[in-house]
Design a protein around this ligand. Structure first.
Ligand SMILES: [Fe+2]
Length: 187
């Protein structure tokens, strides 16, 4: 009698590799170079009833992995990453990313420092030193992106673009480990 080994999918393999990574540059390279199939995220693929879907796939002391599911027109607010490294990989569709910096001195608010599109298969990363950002799906089709935070972010700071005011929100999820939660979030 023999036992069939359960096949690890691309997300499982990447999580295993990340647990052995020693530096942020190694983590970014592993995520950039791993080809992730959207089908491997099927178990976590939930849209939210309001806002975009936030689906927790994996969490440990060092990092967490979240699948964000965006319907056309859905956007996040401008936010920082509470000192964490954020690496995002688009699995399907196209996301628009707007980056901002905070005005200093007597002026208030955020000012734009960059804009880009992240399309399926592409990876980007951001830290608080690089700025704040806002993501959205401006296309006519659904989009999905896999987000890695080193370390996990339990509270997110969202910002008012005009006044720069900051508000702290607790991270909540549409689903956790494949199980749909009762209430939808959203930042
Ligand atoms: Fe972010």
């Amino acid at each position: 009698m023999y036992r069939l080994e359960q096949q690890l999918n691309s997300i499982d393999r990447l999580i295993g590799d990340l647990q052995g990574a020693k530096s942020h540059s190694e983590r970014i390279a592993l995520i950039t170079n791993m080809s992730i199939l959207l089908a491997d995220a099927n178990h976590y693929h939930y849209f939210a009833e309001s806002g975009y879907g936030r689906n927790l796939i994996f969490s440990c002391a060092e990092f967490e992995v979240i699948l964000l599911c965006w319907q056309p027109g859905q956007t996040s607010r401008a936010h920082d990453h509470n000192g964490s490294l954020c690496v995002m990989k688009c699995l399907s569709g196209v996301l628009d990313e707007h980056r901002y910096a905070k005005l200093t001195g007597t002026e208030t608010g955020l000012y734009p420092i960059g804009q880009s599109q992240i399309s399926a298969g592409n990876t980007a990363h951001i830290t608080d030193e690089q700025g704040l950002h806002r993501l959205g799906n401006g296309s006519q089709a659904d989009a999905c992106s896999l987000h890695f935070y080193f370390p996990p972010i339990h509270n997110t700071n969202v910002y008012c673009l005009e006044k720069g005011q900051k508000k702290q929100l607790k991270s909540v999820f549409t689903s956790e480990y494949g199980i749909k939660q009762c209430s939808d979030l959203l930042d």
